[in-house]
Design a binder for this molecule. Structure first.
Ligand code: QV4
Ligand code: CA
Length: 512
């Protein structure tokens, strides 16, 4: 009996770690600041057909609208209510998107901002994305409603009311993060309002949540909120499925709060991953790609079953959050393709691909003066839709990394090798490495300043394969380099360090 209860409890805990991705798919893409109508189209025309497992969407609830700076992307991290109406669209558009994406096997994960409401500063005005009334000065948000006693100020012990010292766990959780009004999640009332908001989304068909700013919330409070969440909708998920939870906790070490405090509640963002991988591909601090032979837990990252990994995110691609200049973004496209390729080929973690918009980057003394700039928009501040060019790339300032051939094909690679072990490692004791995934896939990188010319054991069945980086299989042909694997599994690889994409990848489905 005791054992049964233990097993049941264990199962409950692990449940929120499962992304419930459909049809053996594996990767999530963050369509940062996209409109719901565009995401619905993208699910049907691209994500479903190309095996993308899910989309992380921007916060769907009502947020402040700012004039100075003008419509920054970060206004959406300042909620003023839980009506599902935002810069990305209306509740009806949101519902339509969730339905259409689920229908083509693509999950939706919601960015949930539940630690706080908007900033306390009156200078920000009182414009809301759907016109709801609120008064930040009086801490009143009548559309929910939240009022003064639903906030933490009485608990915070700093002079400014803001978080001043990250080595004091109490202030990190009970004081305001950059002046954002901090919710009293210890109150049953606040928990129930937050849970109602998330449950409405679950009932609409979302598969889970990226929970924002978890470092700033007590694990016990989060546990109470998660415990109130419904199971996923049985229209698209099997009965008894718990929502997937991945929690944003930035832990590069050296602070009072560790990501491990959140492991039992769901997955956690592993920020060391992108910071280290960026350093390795940039060859900074004497790092070499061959040191990644034990990539993952061997590098001091969290246990595989807890990790949500990414090369860059919407914060650190523009200098917010953590990771600094080491982070590799679309601005360094050559390195970015390699780093994302490495991540998608490697078995560690649940992977998330960033899909960005371009902005007028203007770095002065290491700081981007335009790190606030919002998505491509019309004169009235409304977000532009995403046009698709004839060559399948995106226009109007949308970068669409997820559509780049090399990244798209590595998402497919990850699906094809899913469940296979990391195998047949090779390196040149420098920045040329190769590894396979059982007998289902093999990848070779040349990040040295000289050519690679070597015969390797791929572990793959003999035959001719199409490299999915320089091209891809089209019908019975190959638009890229062909790789001949002998009956003994060995193949010859030549990669010039001058190539735009100095890496090669083959997998079971790219066999000609
Ligand atoms: C400023 C001052 C305050 C001052 C206040 C006065 O900094 O000291 O008291 O004015 O009004 C914006 C501005 C910020 C401003 C604040 C309130 O940048 O200068 O305060 O608004 O008006 C995003 C942005 C933030 C932005 C916030 C709210 O990154 O710049 O703040 O949205 O709009 C830590 C956390 C981690 C966090 C990371 C960025 O542990 O959780 O910082 N990451 C998540 C999100 C992130 C988001 C938030 C958390 C907050 O990924 O995008 O912050 O929801 O590491
Ligand atoms: Ca808090």
């Amino acid at each position: 009996m005791k054992l049964v209860i233990l097993v049941a409890l264990f199962g409950l805990c692990l449940a929120q770690h499962n992304p419930h991705i459909k049809h053996g798919r594996t990767a999530i893409v963050h369509l940062f600041e996209w409109r719901w109508a565009d995401i619905a189209e993208e699910c049907e025309r691209f994500l479903g057909p190309n095996g993308v497992g899910g989309v992380q969407i921007s916060p769907p609830n009502e947020h402040i609208v700012l004039n100075s700076p003008w419509r920054p992307w970060w206004q959406r991290y300042q909620p003023v209510g839980y009506n599902l109406c935002s810069r990305s669209g209306s509740e009806n558009e949101l519902r339509d998107m969730i339905t259409r994406c689920n229908n083509v096997g693509v999950n939706i994960y919601v960015d949930a901002v539940i630690n706080h409401m908007c900033g306390s500063g009156l200078g920000q005005g009182n414009n809301a994305s759907c016109g709801s009334q609120f008064d930040a000065g009086k801490k009143e948000f009548p559309s929910i409603p939240f009022s003064q006693s639903d906030f933490n100020d009485n608990k915070c012990r700093t002079g400014s009311g803001n978080i001043e010292n990250y080595s004091d766990a109490n202030q990190v959780r009970d004081c305001r993060l950059v002046s954002l009004l901090d919710l009293a999640l210890e109150k049953d009332y606040v928990r129930s309002k937050v849970a109602d908001f998330l449950n409405k989304l679950i009932d609409m068909g979302v598969a889970g949540f990226r929970v924002d700013a978890c470092k700033h919330m007590w694990p016990g409070d989060l546990s109470a909120v998660y415990g109130r969440l419904h199971n996923l909708s049985t229209t698209w998920f099997s009965g008894g499925s718990r929502p997937f939870i991945f929690q944003e906790v930035i832990d590069l070490g050296g602070e009072a709060i560790a990501s491990s405090e959140y492991f039992h509640l769901g997955r956690v963002t592993e920020f060391k991953y992108g910071a280290k991988l960026g350093t390795v591909f940039r060859k900074w601090n004497g790092e070499k790609l061959f040191y990644t032979k034990n990539w993952g837990e061997g590098w001091g990252f969290m246990p595989n079953g807890n990790a949500l990994v990414f090369v860059d995110n919407h914060d650190n691609q523009r200098g917010h959050g953590a990771g600094g200049a080491a982070i590799v973004t679309f601005w360094d496209s050559k390195l970015h393709k390699m780093a994302v390729g490495y991540m998608l080929a490697h078995p560690y973690g649940v992977t998330r691909v960033m899909s960005s918009f371009r902005w007028d980057r203007h770095i002065v003394n290491g700081k981007d003066q335009n790190d606030w700039m919002g998505p491509p928009s019309h004169g009235n501040g409304s977000t532009k839709s995403v046009p698709i060019n004839p060559d399948q790339t995106c226009g109007d300032g949308w970068v669409c990394e997820h559509r780049w051939r090399q990244i798209k094909n590595m998402v497919i690679f990850r699906n094809v090798v899913n469940g296979q072990p990391h195998s047949n490692w090779w390196d040149n004791q420098s920045n040329q490495v190769a590894f396979g995934r059982g007998d289902r896939g093999f990848i070779v990188f040349n990040n040295d300043d000289w050519n690679l010319d070597v015969t390797l054991n791929t572990g793959m069945p003999g035959g001719t394969y199409c490299d999915v980086i320089s091209g891809e299989k089209e019908g019975s042909g190959c638009t890229g380099t062909q790789i001949h694997v002998g009956g003994d599994g060995r193949a010859h690889f030549k990669i010039s360090n001058g190539d735009e994409d100095p890496f090669v990848a083959i997998h079971a489905d790219s066999k000609l």
